[in-house]
Write a protein that binds this ligand. Sequence first.
Ligand SMILES: [Zn+2]
Ligand SMILES: [Zn+2]
Length: 536
Amino acid sequence: MTHAQDRALPRAVRLAMPLARDVVEEVAKLHGVCIRPVPLKRLDTHTGQWEIIDVPCGSPMDSKCPPCAKRNKQLRKAQCREGWHLDEEPTITPDEPSEEQRWLIEFRADIQAQRDDTERNGGDTTDLDAVIEGLDEEINTAGMRGNVLGRATSKRSRSTRRRQDAPDLPKRKMAHTTLGRTFQAPDGRTYRPSLFVTLTLPSYGKVRDGAPVDPETYDYARAARDALHFSKLVDRFVQNLRRVAGFDVQYFATVEPQKRLAPHLHMAIRGTLPRAEIKQTAAATYHQVWWPSVDEVVFEGEHLPVWGEGAGYLDPDTGEVLPTWDEALDDLDTDEDAEPLHVIRFGEQVDVKGVLAGTKDADQCIRYLSKYLTKSLGDGLDGQARQEHAARFLDALRYEPCSPTCPNWLRYGVQPKDAKAGMAPGRCRSKAHKPEHLGYAGRRVLVSRKWSNKTLAEHKQDRRTWVLEALGKADEPIDPHRYVWKPVSVGDANVAPLAVRLLRSVRERQRWRAHMAELQARADGQDLSATEGRAA
Ligand SMILES: [Zn+2]
Ligand SMILES: [Zn+2]
């Protein structure tokens, strides 16, 4: 139906019709088809043909694309299972970026440019954001460390004085192994116990049904800072755990939201340690945030620093250049009385569970570990009290600097790192300030480098091989140079409407399912005739 015909319908009839896109989306979901596919142009260099191919968005979030989120979760479970009770050291191949990884990074850059364009033109970036999130996940798990934007680790050589103090913990001699101890039972069986640990942040005030009993005294500022720096605390815990354990402890962990909206950590650990030592390690672990002070608001409202081309941000009254990020850190280094902006620690609630390989318990832990993986931190806020709680939390995050590059530093009289024109406090666009992240903008799945022999990309390849085998097609190696991919520009007339593309994918999925069922039936039939043959 064309737009004109649509308009010709009486309003009442139009309102009564379900939105076509919604219906098609539901159908797509039922069939496990990505509802936000990204169209890409693909040149087959063998045939010289250009074709438009839909690539799944790959978003891990239910709110963006349930079918992709579900697939992601299943792959994560497989990855968790793979490494937990490993009985041989994994062989780790060096992280040489593969063709696919390189492509992912270039593609991410293109999508980011499209997204920024869209935003500049006042368009809706929701779909592109979902794609970027999916791509980040892919890139991070394709065996590459850190962050594509390169803001991961800028080594600051000057600031050495205020290193984190070593925690008060026993230190064992390091053994060059990633495997834990095994135990021999009298009957000769070998047991390989592993751990499942849950770490939680401290209390910020009494909570009932996921909302503070007294919002007035609930420590939102602390909750916000803890969420912002949670990933650093986790890093530090792992470092400390390795020192205490005396071996190269490996983990598969997920960061999930608690009902009170604080992030907490579930961690599958390979190998075992005494419960008391885990608790002792958690208690002794802390992270100091050595950032400039935010005690004093210097600029706010209409009274904001002004941008001077070539000079940076200036005091609007005196015209003086504000201290740069590096200068502010230098000041901090030379100030004997300086205190860290924040010190983050875990709460007292530490849960440690011993788990044996291949038991029901292990399976249950893996399910638990991935339970909320497809949910955003701010998802599913039932009831007014919890919604208000989330709103207050967001308020507390609004002016809290989320990173050295956060525009909020201007509020406290410091130029953000890499300052550029157009920055204003309270208008940081980083994930951390958004309702779906609530301060925690880090990765939701943390996998140590030597967890297993496989990366997530390899798990995907496994599935592909399995399907092709089932279909009776050889999984021949693909010539990595066969295809050239290009992003499709917005409004490209060769891209069919979304509903049409979704239905096309659904049809393909149905055909594929039918084929699989047929193969299964044939295989069952062969089994049957084999049994009959024996009986005769
Ligand atoms: Zn999708
Ligand atoms: Zn920020």
